[in-house]
Design a binder for this molecule. Structure first.
Ligand code: S5P
Length: 308
């Protein structure tokens, strides 16, 4: 079944980050998120520069960076200042009008609300000051959300939260944790909170899910709202943006169990944004690789979208 376009969904999106992202995707003609899993600030900034025209989102893991120095960085007296110099520079690259993209810190919060609060706003990373999007594990999302929600109410910065409904790989030591039951519970929890925040005139925080194309039938159900218990919930779930990691042009596995599927498979089963890490940053020419992924993702989107 063809899906509504990103721009049609942008009109209904209640979270400003989700709205901005859907608009940006349509304007820049890209549904590609580059995952910058690199360990020095300089490499990440160079990658961000190289791929900025091809992407709608750059995903970071701030806690894997071992060196925050970069060319032209102001002098930093403390680790917090060194991190802030880097995140400010990254924001400058992301905010350039013609090449804009959003920043997604892939922190996968999973603790009690008080601890997540400190991880989100504090430490040396101060994620809340620079990330547009963060993600939380479904099992603890109920506990973590009130904090992020409280922060969002008082802060000028807008934030969108993705919830992990599935993960790659699905099989962990032969046990299937990320099954249909898990995805369905995640969906129902997210939609319940999303609707209640909207009804209380709050900015809903959830913008969607991390979904995997290793289990395409579950991914399709997330997209189509098949886990909804009524029509209203099913319709609202069209606002949810699904981002999918484990993407390579050549499907397969890595040595640590990561599983890869193609951009076409992810998008045709209902994903909105493909997340590509090593397929881009390990390529000889990351800019060209990003262009190839962007074209593959965009062609798949056009094939699976209702013509308006
Ligand atoms: O289930 C998941 C969720 C995420 S966000 N599986 C994943 O691989 N990820 C992230 O996507 C992972 O942390 C990494 O940053 C990226 C995939 O990288 P790649 O090099 O395998 O493309």
């Amino acid at each position: 079944m063809p899906h509504p376009s990103y721009s049609a969904r942008a009109k209904d999106a209640k979270n400003p980050v989700a709205k901005r992202l859907l608009e940006l995707m349509e304007q820049k003609e890209t549904n590609l998120c580059a995952s910058a899993d690199l360990t020095t600030a300089q490499e990440i900034l160079d990658l961000a520069e190289a791929v900025s025209e091809e992407i709608c989102v750059l995903k970071t893991h701030i806690d894997i960076i071992k060196d925050f120095s970069f060319k032209g960085a102001p002098k930093a007296k403390t680790p917090t200042e060194a991190v802030r110099n880097f995140t400010q520079r990254l924001r400058e690259i992301a905010d350039r009008k013609d090449k804009e993209f959003l920043i997604f810190e892939d922190r996968k919060f999973a603790d009690i609300g008080n601890t997540v609060g400190m991880q989100f706003t504090g430490g040396i990373y101060k994620i809340a000051e620079w990330a547009d999007i963060v993600n939380v594990h479904s099992v603890t999302s109920y506990a973590t959300l009130p904090f992020i929600s409280g922060y969002a109410k008082t802060s000028k910065r807008q934030i969108g939260v993705l919830v992990l409904a599935q993960m790659t790989p699905v099989q962990l030591a032969g046990l299937e944790f990320f099954n249909e039951d898990y995805a369905s519970k995640t969906y129902r929890l997210v939609l319940q909170i999303h609707k209640s925040q909207f009804k209380q005139n709050l900015n809903p925080l959830f913008i969607g899910f991390i979904g995997s194309s290793e289990q395409p039938e579950i991914l399709s159900k997330l997209r189509n709202g098949d886990f909804a218990d009524n029509q209203e919930t099913r319709e609202i779930s069209q606002e949810m943006i699904i981002m999918t990691p484990g993407i390579k042009i050549a499907p397969g596995n890595d040595k640590l169990g990561q599983t890869y599927n193609t951009p076409e498979k992810a998008i045709s089963n209902g994903s909105d944004v493909i997340i590509v890490g090593r397929g881009i940053y390990e390529a000889d020419d990351p800019a060209t690789a990003a262009k190839i992924y962007r074209e593959a993702g965009w062609a798949a989107y056009q094939q699976n979208t209702k013509q308006e």
